[in-house]
Design a protein around this ligand. Structure first.
Ligand SMILES: *Cc1c(COP(=O)(O)O)cnc(C)c1O
Length: 364
């Protein structure tokens, strides 16, 4: 048995003929930057996500960064987010000169605790970045009520939540902006880097189109300092094909996850928890146990991949130590010391899931 965290090869082979043909057509067309497939993908993604505008950019990190620039967040502003996420969430805040303010997480959903959010708001707070971590939507209706009340901008970090939704409303359609990543291992992944920003605000979307293309509205006319951050045409070709399968991919991720949860329900493990507010699409299947290391060793000894997302909360990262030396976020720190994630990908067969849970039960 040899089970990886994700099986990118399996997903490619299932669509190989269609992808190869489309890529060869794209090579012949030679419109490599901001070509017709980028435009078509933006339209199709906006339709799927239920938003007015979608702007392709070079990565999920850039999507967060440019959304903050378009929102006018800058030096001295505070942006509230979770400490239990990939570093890119906070990096984007730091890029614009703002200060990330970390709110501790809920011990079950691993998303930031909305009950703690209000006390983190200061006179300098301008925006909030909810992260739909591991594919479980943050309670966006509750968050939006709070942010509207306080006049705060919302930029959703949807890097792990393409297709996750609340009452048929997609993550990325609640906030002022939504930032998506198409890094190969994400639920909707391309064959390199890629990202997307969603918005219902036409002015904001137009500004993003200018920002991603060197601040240029008209060729060789520049009225703002922009960036080189465009979604690649070849990646857009792949994404258009995979977008048609995203619901089926996410349903299969849920099949795997629920099978794990069932099999491990009566053990000492805290299995992945669904709060029922939205539909969790399991970018990761993450569980908690005090003896994490010995369970992971048993999995590794049997050639089953596993990983810790994330071992160090952001307020404990060297890069933020100076600002957060005295900050204690006990739930994040406790979860980081006990969490581990199991392989989850649409192609993972039930018998392999059962073999994995048998190994875990044997290790307990
Ligand atoms: C992957 C990820 C990002 C960054 O996306 P890239 O496309 O790799 O730049 C941002 N936030 C979260 C939560 C992520 O998982």
């Amino acid at each position: 048995m040899n089970i990886p965290m994700v099986d990118l090869k399996g997903q490619y082979l299932a669509l190989k003929d269609e992808i190869d043909t489309a890529l060869i057509d794209g090579l012949s067309a030679t419109q490599f930057i901001l070509g017709p497939n980028v435009q078509a993908f933006e339209k199709e993604a906006a339709e799927y996500l239920g938003v007015e505008h979608a702007v392709g950019v070079a990565s999920g990190t850039d999507a967060l960064h440019l959304a903050l620039v378009a929102a006018g967040i800058g030096a001295g502003d505070e942006v509230i987010t979770t400490p239990f996420t990939f570093i890119a969430t906070a990096e984007a805040i730091s890029y614009v000169g703002a200060i990330p303010v970390f709110v501790d997480i809920d011990p079950y959903t691993f998303n930031f605790d909305l009950n703690l959010l209000e006390q983190a708001i200061s006179a300098k707070t301008r925006a909030v970045i909810p992260v739909h971590l591991f594919g479980q939507p943050v309670d966006m209706n509750a968050l939006k009520t709070l942010c509207d009340d306080k006049g705060l901008i919302i930029v959703e970090d949807c890097a792990q939540s393409f297709g996750a939704h609340i009452d048929n409303k997609q993550t990325g359609s609640f906030g002022d902006f939504g930032a998506f990543s198409f890094f190969p291992s994400k639920n909707l992944g391309c064959f390199g880097d890629g990202g997307l920003i969603t918005s219902n605000d036409e002015k904001g979307a137009n500004e993003l189109r200018v920002l991603r293309n060197h601040g240029s509205r008209e060729r060789y006319h520049h009225n703002v300092i922009g960036y080189n951050s465009r979604l690649d045409e070849l990646q857009a070709i792949i994404l258009r094909i995979k977008l048609k399968h995203i619901d089926e991919y996410n349903q299969n991720r849920r099949r795997v996850a629920l099978r794990y949860s069932n099999a491990l329900a009566d053990t000492s493990i805290q299995t992945a928890y669904e709060d029922g507010i939205g539909v969790h699409i399991y970018h990761q299947y993450t569980l908690l146990h005090d003896e994490r290391d010995s369970i992971m060793k048993a999995l590794q000894d049997n050639n089953v991949a596993c990983a810790v997302y994330y071992p160090i909360p952001l307020h404990k990262q060297d890069v933020y130590l100076e600002t957060y030396r005295d900050s204690q976020l006990p739930v994040s720190e406790s979860v980081a010391s006990k969490c581990f994630s199991l392989p989850v990908y649409p192609e993972l067969e039930d018998d392999k899931v059962d073999a994995i849970t048998d190994i875990i039960k044997g290790a307990l």
